[in-house]
Design a protein around this ligand. Structure first.
Ligand SMILES: Nc1ncnc2c1ncn2[C@@H]1O[C@H](COP(=O)(O)OP(=O)(O)OP(=O)(O)O)[C@@H](O)[C@H]1O
Ligand SMILES: [Mg+2]
Length: 325
């Protein structure tokens, strides 16, 4: 069985002049090598395709694959993660991970939260702010938390993301609107423990690998698992496998969100507890980072006794099961 691999390689975009932050979500070569090597170890024939433009050319040239292992993040627009899946759908080529609908929805954290709230799943109250004037008129209780509505890897998140008053609110919104050229998501600040839950599988067959608690150590940027803290995680972040009652609740909330949104094959859900100790849904990562050493999902797997090969194998099993039924 031949498996194509689609991805956006970080160094290609750095070479084109993108900043390190702009290219932060793209993949390192060692990540692609790890996925490729593991797939071959599992008995698949592989073909590194690359990004959407490379894929488009190959498709037009007549190339086809039995399945595409897709981790392409895309470059532009709310549909950027859905572009490769849309193209593959057009050519009737199956792929790993979520479909066009899920990847478009979940890139927009605000629209995702509307769906999540409708399912009765706890998520912090929020507003989507498109202008500085919207921010002035906001009626949510401080402290608040601000982030770009459609970014990942902690982009736009730092010690100023926790907002205490109207003056900070205006300054942070102005800065994020200008820097990221997209709406800002403002949420009620969750003061409790932070968890990330790893999940593999699809629908009723989806299973949690486990939860880990994200603990910020001394010397970390305060208040959030921010861009800086994610980059310096070896020094400032501790990941603790968590199995207590609150962690179990986090797993339950995460699985309900995963199934409710229709996510497939594997990924991660981030949660934080509110003042009452209830884990709230923050966001879902349906294309979670897969670097064996530095990405949260493989780290979570390791801490829960699941080897990298086993993770990739479970993702493939889930995708193949969908395709064969
Ligand atoms: N409402 C909130 N209250 C408190 N902290 C929050 C809130 N929303 C986000 N955070 C903090 O900011 C971090 C990053 O937020 P979020 O997970 O939405 O961003 P991300 O950049 O998409 O993350 P990832 O790297 O997982 O893609 C969270 O892990 C958490 O520490
Ligand atoms: Mg996150």
């Amino acid at each position: 069985m031949e498996v194509g691999i689609t991805y956006d390689l970080q160094k290609d975009y750095l070479a084109q002049g993108m900043s390190e932050e702009e290219a932060a979500e793209f993949d390192r070569l060692d990540t692609i090598e790890a996925i490729d090597g593991t797939l071959r170890g599992l008995g698949f024939k592989t073909d590194r395709i690359g990004n959407i433009k490379a894929l488009a050319k190959r498709l037009v040239d007549g190339d086809r694959w039995d399945l595409v292992f897709n981790i392409a993040e895309g470059i532009r627009g709310f549909g950027r993660e859905a572009q490769v899946p849309a193209l593959l759908d057009a050519y009737d080529i199956p792929y790993t991970f979520s479909d066009v609908l899920v990847l478009s929805l979940t890139l927009h954290k605000g629209m995702t939260k509307r769906a999540i709230r409708d399912m009765g799943i706890p998520t912090p109250d929020f507003r989507i702010v498109e202008t500085e004037q919207d921010a002035q008129a906001l009626n949510l209780p401080f402290p608040l938390f601000a982030k770009p509505v459609a970014e990942g890897t902690g982009k736009g998140i730092d010690s100023s993301s926790r907002i205490e008053n109207k003056r900070e609110l205006a300054a942070v919104c102005r800065n994020l609107l200008e820097r990221f050229q997209q709406p800002v998501l403002l949420e009620v600040f969750m003061p409790g423990r932070e968890f990330t839950v790893g999940i593999t599988g699809t629908g009723a067959a989806s299973k949690a690998i486990g939860a880990i608690e994200v603990i910020l150590k001394k010397g970390a940027e305060p208040a959030a698992y921010s861009y800086h803290n994610k980059k310096q995680f070896e020094e400032v972040v501790e990941y603790q496998p968590a199995k207590d009652e609150m962690a179990e609740k986090a797993v339950e909330v995460a699985l309900a969100a995963w199934r409710g949104l229709g996510c497939r094959d594997g990924g991660r859900i981030d949660l934080r507890a509110d003042g009452e100790g209830v884990p709230n849904f923050l966001e879902v990562n349906p294309l979670a980072g897969l670097n064996p050493d530095i990405s949260d999902l493989p780290i979570l797997c390791r801490l829960n006794g699941v080897a990298y090969r086993e993770l990739i194998s479970r993702i493939m099993d889930s995708a193949l099961k969908r395709i064969r039924t």
